[in-house]
Unconditional design. Structure first.
Length: 407
């Protein structure tokens, strides 16, 4: 059987064991390329968004201006020389650490004179134990602190009259007020003895055979008012000397509490940040929290904490601050509105098509299914077209053969 020329309209895309695969143009190749492009697009679709838990944003929450309780400034003092013969020139230093604010230091030198600044020089002209008291303040702050340093001045000739010195640190404050009292004696004829009375009904005895060196007594004033501390001493010759100092103890300011929250609305589960502040009373403070949903917690002033509301509703949190004197203050925060999570269609979680991995990727699966349908449709159309072309080619070949066989 003779084979005629191939119809020029027929092209060969590929060749396999079964012969030629005649097609017209390249629609199948285009369909495959489109499918790959669509699959690449679906593969690059973003997955489920991750929503982080809510935390208190201190930069935007109304906490600005509230200072934490950690890291307070500290005053330290020094004197040089610490002893010597009168007249004795002494240089004092008062240094405040732990703050960027400008400190101011005021001095009382224990001999009836005072001064300010650091360093500062002072000359003692008489023998004795001198307790210099420094009180520091900070510009733009209510902070204050006191400290004491002692200098011993001896006389160049004779011991001088008997005298007793006392210095309370601090000399004023709020109740309960702990005070450190330093007592010393000089002159007369050692050894010494005597008593110290704190002005609130309590007294202590000075040790027998005391040489006059500095003695320190700690005492706490729980009542309020002005108290006169009196120290008396007698020497070996029976000479008696007394000295006094006034101390002011004030009532503490009323205890107040305050709190903040962020955010105040959200959809369950929502994490809300809280922080408490307090003033007045007797620090340090303890904070007790009631979040309004039956949950309780406790922490300290100025320390953030968070709580998660797991169901919808309106919740009113409150806090209670208690100071060291047992006083309490309650603060109620704004109600927190929590929306219930949106209800989802009822599904059979046991079905592999609605739960698990398939349920989580239903949108991607749907897109892939659409691409698969399009590819199948294009291939079917192409297959039908190939069949038509093959049939037409055979008919053409048969017609050419028949025409050659005719005489």
């Amino acid at each position: 059987m003779a084979v005629g020329r191939q119809d020029p309209r027929v092209r060969t895309l590929g060749r396999g064991p079964g012969g030629s695969w005649p097609v017209r143009g390249f629609p199948a190749l285009a369909a495959v390329l489109v499918a790959f492009v669509l699959l690449g697009t679906v593969g690059s679709l973003p997955g489920p968004l991750s929503v982080p838990g809510t935390a208190l944003d201190r930069s935007s929450a109304p906490l600005a201006g509230w200072a934490g309780v950690a890291g307070s400034p500290k005053l330290s003092v020094a004197a040089s020389p610490a002893s010597g013969v009168a007249p004795l020139a002494v240089t004092y230093w008062g240094n405040v650490t732990g703050t960027a604010l400008t400190p101011h230091v005021n001095w009382t030198f224990g001999d009836g004179t005072a001064g300010s600044g650091s360093p500062i020089a002072h000359t003692f002209t008489s023998a004795g134990w001198y307790h210099a008291n420094a009180t520091a303040t900070l510009s733009g702050s209510s902070w204050t602190q006191s400290a004491m340093v002692t200098v011993h001045v001896t006389g160049s000739g004779g011991t001088g009259p008997l005298q007793i010195l006392l210095s309370p640190v601090p000399s004023q404050g709020t109740s309960p007020l702990p005070v450190s009292l330093t007592v010393s004696a000089s002159g007369g004829t050692a050894p010494y003895s005597g008593t110290v009375c704190f002005g609130d009904g309590s007294c202590v005895q000075l040790p027998s055979g005391w040489d006059g060196g500095p003695l320190t007594f700690d005492h706490t004033y729980t009542a309020t008012g002005t108290f006169t501390i009196v120290a008396s001493a007698d020497d070996a010759q029976g000479t008696i000397a007394t000295s006094s100092a006034a101390l002011a103890v004030n009532s503490p300011a009323s205890l107040t509490a305050y709190g903040v929250e962020s955010p105040s609305t959200g959809t369950a589960p929502v994490s809300v940040g809280f922080e408490a502040q307090a003033s007045g009373g007797v620090p340090p403070y303890v904070v007790a929290w009631d979040f309004g949903d039956g949950s309780l917690a406790s922490n300290s002033v100025g320390v953030p904490l968070s709580h998660t509301y797991t169901s919808g509703g309106t919740f009113t949190p409150k806090l209670t601050v208690t100071d060291q004197a047992g006083h309490s203050a309650v603060y109620t925060l704004a109600p927190i509105q929590v929306r219930a999570p949106a209800s989802s269609p009822v599904s059979n979680s046991s079905s592999p098509w609605t739960g698990g991995w398939f349920g989580a990727h239903s949108s991607e699966i749907g897109a892939l299914g659409l691409v698969a349908v399009m590819v199948v449709f294009v291939l079917l159309v192409e297959l039908r077209r190939r069949q038509d072309l093959t049939r037409q080619a055979r008919q053409l070949v048969e017609a050419m053969e028949n025409s050659q066989e005719e005489p």
